[in-house]
Design a protein around this ligand. Structure first.
Ligand SMILES: [Zn+2]
Length: 279
């Protein structure tokens, strides 16, 4: 059956001599894979439309029960050439598609996730600043679409507002619970009972103040406030949220631990190694 959908290329690999196997995230079918026959030799037919990150209008010959469908047409709607040609932006763009590829299954439709990816790539394409902010905002929102939306506004224990915390002290963030403890509540948790933020994979410690087995991460108040902004402002304003190297690494580490506590066997995208060094 011939089907049309808008889609974004997640990955593309050579198959045999002259074909390509391409994985898309599509509006109508979620993640879907297809084979483009003769793609390498027939550059004229598909052009650059099968490159990762390209936003395309896809026509598939789709067979029920098959994992690989036949790509009959693929036209570029937006190539994202600024992302493709910029070493600041490319790692963020690739990290987004890699992350999405890892957490999704074939043919589970989720138009909101498609819109998130499309909007995030657009934000990355049109702004020369804030590439790392776009990735972090994307990752937090992606978690939200799977039911793991983090709560950065209020303390998990007393409901105190994060906005009323001032200073640069550290508070505690619970990755599994997706929320933080204010200064006062954090102070009630014994120093030896939580996981310290070390910039590397934390060591699990037992029992925290009645929250059995909950791993906690230390996070500075300014970092928590940035995460709150990253998860709440509109995507086109995310790029204006700027921060320095050490803050970037702190945010990335927290987002990594957060995602890994909710998605089994999640590997942080390889392209982020580059991103992390530049944050
Ligand atoms: Zn509190």
């Amino acid at each position: 059956m011939i089907e049309k959908t808008e889609a974004i290329v997640l990955k593309s690999m050579r198959y045999r001599d002259s074909s390509r196997i391409v994985t898309f995230y599509s509006d109508r079918f979620g993640k879907i894979s297809g084979i483009a026959k003769g793609a390498r030799s027939a550059w004229n037919k598909f052009g650059a439309s099968l490159e990762p990150l390209t936003y395309v209008a896809l026509v598939l010959y789709k067979k029920e029960g098959r994992e690989l469908h036949l790509i009959s047409q693929c036209d570029t709607l937006r190539h994202h050439k600024n992302i493709q040609s910029d070493l600041e932006r490319l790692p963020s763009g690739l990290a987004m598609v890699e992350l999405l590829n890892q957490v999704t299954h074939e043919e589970e439709q989720n138009p909101a996730l498609f819109d998130l990816l499309r909007g995030s790539l657009h934000a990355l394409e049109v702004s020369s600043r804030g590439a790392n902010s776009v990735f972090l905002a994307f990752a937090l929102r992606l978690a939200g679409l799977f039911g793991y939306r983090p709560e950065f506004r209020k303390c998990l224990r007393c409901g105190g507002l994060l906005s009323s915390e001032s200073g640069t002290h550290r508070i505690l963030f619970s990755a599994p619970k997706g929320g933080f403890y204010c200064r006062s509540c954090s102070g009630h948790l014994d120093e030896t009972e939580y996981e310290a933020f070390r910039g590397e994979k934390s060591v699990r410690r037992p029992d925290v103040a009645g929250i059995a087995g909950t791993p906690l991460i230390r996070i500075s108040v300014p970092a928590a406030k940035l995460l709150e902004r990253l998860s709440s402002v509109s995507m086109d304003r995310v790029t204006s949220l700027a921060f320095g190297d050490s803050m970037g690494n702190e945010l990335l580490e927290l987002v990594r631990l957060y995602l890994q506590s909710h998605f089994d066997d999640l590997r942080m995208p390889r392209s982020l190694t580059m991103f992390q060094a530049k944050v």
